[in-house]
Design a protein around this ligand. Structure first.
Ligand SMILES: C=C(OP(=O)(O)O)C(=O)O
Ligand SMILES: [Mg+2]
Length: 425
């Protein structure tokens, strides 16, 4: 066991150019763990609280100086001297020190930074990569990546109502091959968009953000790019969407402002099923809004047997919310974002609860990211088989792909690529 000797928080920049919290944890043997905390834009209402300073004169209100101060004072005092290997005990102390249900006093961003940095320091002390330290000797499953190639919604300034259109190389033989396939399609799509007179500027997660209006238009571009690159949609490549529909659910109606259409919950389910029937869509995240439980139940009952339906805003990586959803027939899969809940222990508990209930798990980035690659290791450690970490063209996103390429190489013949079997169908 190795004691924590120092905890240092600092302010760094995220991929949107906003400040975020980074934490270093040092141990008695000199081992160092460093973690930078990501940040969402289309956040769920019940996420743990990301503490921002709120001073409009500095960082447009987005400062994290208070959160950093909490790392360097209260949280550092609470965990210094504790054993870094006792992750559950350490995280319980962090939660208790904050003392609020949503981590609003000290900030989930402050707490998560300490939690993840401690895990990384402990892994370093044992001379193990993080995926091996957390996942044990059986950790060897490389996730299917859900690669964002078209951005809309809250992540781009174009009219597209849906936030993310992704490709999942379900037919690849390895993770490295999945990345090659995704990159090839990404570059074909770029040429196709240019040829059609569209912008090839990108959104927050690095996918293209052309001025398209409907999901069908985006899906047609994606399908054409897959085929023109030489891959079979549905066999080599599955299509994935994150409508992030809580963002456009207003007064009981799905308000597609880009498309200029309003859909009731029942009409929204009809529309999504029409898309599932028309395109090889293998997974939809947040197809219904976090406040539309009846819509979620209806869609899950109608199409959950043949399409993965992943809850993001509706579950917020929260085990209690997930259990309620499992009991009431909501979704068949969960998106896991560590900063939605705020400690590693709680995030791993949610993963375990999902797996026990037969729900699949998609490890996920946030739209505001850094060069931190913790989620790549978490995907392998948990054996969840799926990761969502953006496009193939920005360092904040490719850092995670590149880390998984390294892990696959390190595992050698033991490595297994999750493939189509990882997805719920
Ligand atoms: C990654 C997502 O976006 P954000 O981080 O903005 O919530 C998402 O909605 O799945
Ligand atoms: Mg989402």
């Amino acid at each position: 066991m190795t004691a924590i000797t120092s905890v240092t928080g600092r302010r760094v920049l995220d991929s949107r150019g906003n400040p975020t919290v980074e934490v270093d944890v040092e141990l008695a043997d000199g081992s160092l763990g460093r973690a930078a905390v990501p940040s969402g834009a289309s956040t769920g209402a019940r996420e743990a609280v990301e503490l921002r300073d709120g001073d409009p004169a500095r960082w447009h209100g987005k400062g994290v100086d208070r959160a950093v101060r909490h790392v360097n004072t209260e949280l550092a005092a609470a965990v210094t001297g504790r054993e870094a290997e006792d992750q559950a005990g350490l995280d319980a102390v962090l939660v208790a020190t904050d003392g609020t249900p949503g981590k609003s006093r000290l900030g989930a961003n402050a707490i998560l930074g300490v939690s993840l940095a401690a895990a990384k320091a402990a892994a370093a002390a044992h001379r193990l990569p993080l995926y091996r330290y957390l996942g044990g000797s059986g950790a060897r499953l490389l996730p299917v990546p859900m690669m964002n190639i078209v951005n809309g919604g809250a992540h781009a300034d174009n009219p597209l109502d849906f936030q993310e259109f992704m490709i999942a190389p379900i037919g690849a033989e390895s993770f490295a091959e999945a990345v090659r396939m995704g990159s090839e399609i990404f570059h074909t799509l770029r040429r196709d968009l240019l040829a059609a007179g569209h912008s090839t500027g990108v959104g927050d997660e690095g996918g293209f953000a052309p001025a398209l209006r409907t999901a069908e238009e985006a899906l047609d571009f994606v399908m054409a790019a897959v085929e023109r690159t030489g891959y079979r949609p549905g066999t080599d490549i599955g299509l994935v969407m994150d409508p992030a529909s809580s963002e456009f659910f207003r007064a009981g109606v799905y308000d597609y402002t880009g498309e200029g259409v309003q859909r009731t919950p029942a009409e929204n389910a009809d529309y999504l099923i029409k898309l599932i029937d028309a395109y090889p869509i293998v997974s939809i995240e947040d197809p219904m809004a976090e406040d539309d439980m009846a819509g979620w139940q209806d869609l899950t009952a109608r199409v959950g047997a043949r399409c993965q339906l992943t809850g993001d805003d509706v579950f917020c990586t929260n085990e209690t919310l997930l259990r309620e959803g499992i009991d009431s027939g909501v979704a068949n899969s969960i998106l896991v974002k560590v900063n939605q809940i705020g400690t590693l222990t709680e995030a791993l508990a949610t993963v375990n609860a999902a797996h026990r209930a037969g729900y699949t798990v998609v490890m996920s980035h946030r739209s505001g990211e850094t060069e931190d690659t913790t989620i790549a290791d978490l995907a392998v450690a948990t054996g969840c088989g799926q990761i969502k970490t953006g496009s193939l063209s920005r360092s904040d996103r490719t850092a995670k792909y590149n880390q998984l390429i390294r892990i696959e190489e390190q595992l050698g013949d033991s490595a297994q690529y999750a493939g189509a079997a990882a997805l719920r169908r």
